[in-house]
Structures are given as C-alpha cells and as structure tokens.
Ligand binder design. Structure first.
Ligand code: HEM
Length: 152
C-alpha cells in the first residue's frame, strides 16, 4: 500500500470501492474476501484516528501493509477458508509487553469494529463477524489479565 496515510480518508475508500465495483451506499451482507478487505480498511481508518488506541498503532503504514493478513484472518474466522495460520494471541501478548492493554482499549476496539460492520453491512455474516470479534476480544482481554501483561 503506497498511499500516504494522511490521504486515506473515507472518501478515498469509497472511491476505491466504486472503482472495484462495490456500491457502498447499499448495505448488504458480507459475501467474499473483497468485502472483508473493504471492512478491515474501513475499520483501521477509524482505529488510526483514535487517540486512545494510538500507542498501539504508532506505525500507521505498517498496519496498512498488514491488511492482507487481517483479511485472511477474518476469512478463516468466518468461513474456515484462506491461508491464515498465524497466532494472533501470541502477537498481541508480545505487543502487550511494549504497550500495556487495558479493558478500555478492547471496548474501543470493538466499538470501531462493530461501527465499521454496521456502516456498510447487514445480515447473517455481518452478525457472525461481530459475534466472533466480541468473543476473541473477550478471550484476549481475559488472557492479558491472567498473564499480568495488563496492569489493573
Ligand atoms: C485493544 C485491542 C487491540 C489492539 C490495540 C490491537 C492492535 C494490533 C496491532 C498493533 C497489530 C499489529 C501487530 C504486529 O503485527 O506486530 C495487530 C494485529 C492483529 N490483530 Fe489486533 N489489536 C486488538 C485487538 C484485536 C482483536 C480483538 C482481534 C481479533 C478479533 C485482533 C486481530 C488481529 C490480527 C488477526 C492481527 C494480525 C496478526 C498477524 O500478523 O497474524 N486484534 N493488532
């Protein structure tokens, strides 16, 4: 992704989407990995603007380079397909050693995630992905507390 992050705006995203033939004004269900890619872009655009989450996302371009990985992760979560075989829990545990996670971070993360889903999608898969995000965030939060990575 060579687009400078300051130019990544919802308008730019909509434009990109129109170019690939998606009508973002009409809400519909998540159907394929292209929809997932769109969702993760919309989600991280909001996350990157959020000051509470900023300490985790200090390298904005890096996150945009990770969009294919994040898309593959959600493909695996929703449909059990795709190439994602990594261990996100481990990655977040390591991250937590540099920047301590707190419950408020997870709450905010979920707000943005649910917000991005609801902004563009509606239906069974949309519900399923929000449910999955909520479950994983809950597990992650519990695990971070358990291992004392996250101070009270
Ligand atoms: C407070 C909440 C969260 C924060 C601040 C956060 C932050 C981050 C950051 C900074 C990365 C990049 C790390 C790296 O590649 O070294 C990352 C990667 C990732 N995050 Fe999170 N995350 C949060 C919650 C979640 C949740 C709840 C999920 C899943 C439902 C999730 C899924 C992922 C995945 C799949 C990756 C890519 C891992 C890989 O490279 O394989 N994150 N996250």
């Amino acid at each position: 992704m060579t687009q400078p992050t300051e130019n990544i705006t919802p308008d730019w995203l909509r434009e990109l989407n129109e170019r690939v033939g998606l009508k973002t004004t009409e809400k519909r269900d998540i159907e394929n990995s292209r929809d997932l890619r769109f969702l993760v872009e919309a989600f991280y655009l909001e996350v990157l603007k959020d000051e509470l989450l900023a300490p985790f996302f200090f390298n904005k371009l890096y996150i945009f380079q990770r969009l294919p990985i994040l898309t593959a992760y959600w493909e695996k979560m929703l449909w059990g397909t795709g190439w994602y075989r990594r261990n996100p829990m481990q990655i977040h545990l390591e991250l937590g050693r540099q920047v301590p996670f707190k419950p408020a971070h997870f709450e905010r993360w979920l707000e943005h995630f649910n917000g991005a889903v609801d902004a563009y999608f509606v239906g069974e898969q949309a519900d399923k992905i929000k449910f999955a995000a909520d479950r994983v965030a809950g597990n992650m939060q519990a695990r971070m507390c358990e291992l004392s990575v996250m101070p009270d």
